[in-house]
Unconditional design. Structure first.
Length: 158
């Protein structure tokens, strides 16, 4: 009788633990995502400025542009359009780069903001708002500079 009661209590605790864990996982997956386009911009500058900051000191730049949890602050980058392409998800990718910089800023749009990038032409000067995914760096193995990568981007209309 005593053994049966211990097994029953153990199973009840196990089921309650599984329900609690499933609830936490469900909550985490269904949290509202940050709306980058509707959120106030934290920093606004040119492509040259952010590229130079990352190439000079990536740790300091990360400390400046990332919060305590490692999430990017909202950035507005302005510069010349050096390239336009699409990724595997059919999302627009615009490269902002000055001719004198070693690297540029690669901006990936979302399905919701893709249409705003359709009118952009190479050579235009535009401003793009988004969040940073990685900073500029030099890859010794490839012998080339890597661009700053931004995502959740949209064109900023002035």
């Amino acid at each position: 009788m005593k053994r049966k009661k211990i097994i029953q209590i153990s199973l009840t605790l196990l089921v309650l633990g599984l329900i609690a864990a499933a609830s936490i996982v469900y909550y985490q997956f269904n949290q509202p995502h940050r709306n980058v386009q509707e959120t106030k911009t934290d920093f606004s500058f040119s492509t040259s400025q952010i590229v130079k900051e990352y190439l000079a000191n990536a740790a300091a730049a990360n400390e400046k542009y990332l919060d305590e949890e490692g999430n990017s602050k909202i950035l507005e980058i302005s510069g010349n359009v050096a390239g336009i392409s699409e990724d595997f998800n059919k999302q627009k990718v615009i490269l902002l780069k000055s001719t004198i910089d070693k690297a540029g800023v690669s901006c990936t749009f979302t399905p919701e903001t893709n249409a705003s990038a359709n009118q952009i032409k190479i050579g235009e000067t535009i401003a793009i708002k988004g969040v940073i995914r990685s900073g500029a760096s030099y890859d010794k193995d490839l012998g080339m500079y890597e661009n700053v990568i931004m995502e959740k981007c949209s064109i900023v209309s002035k």
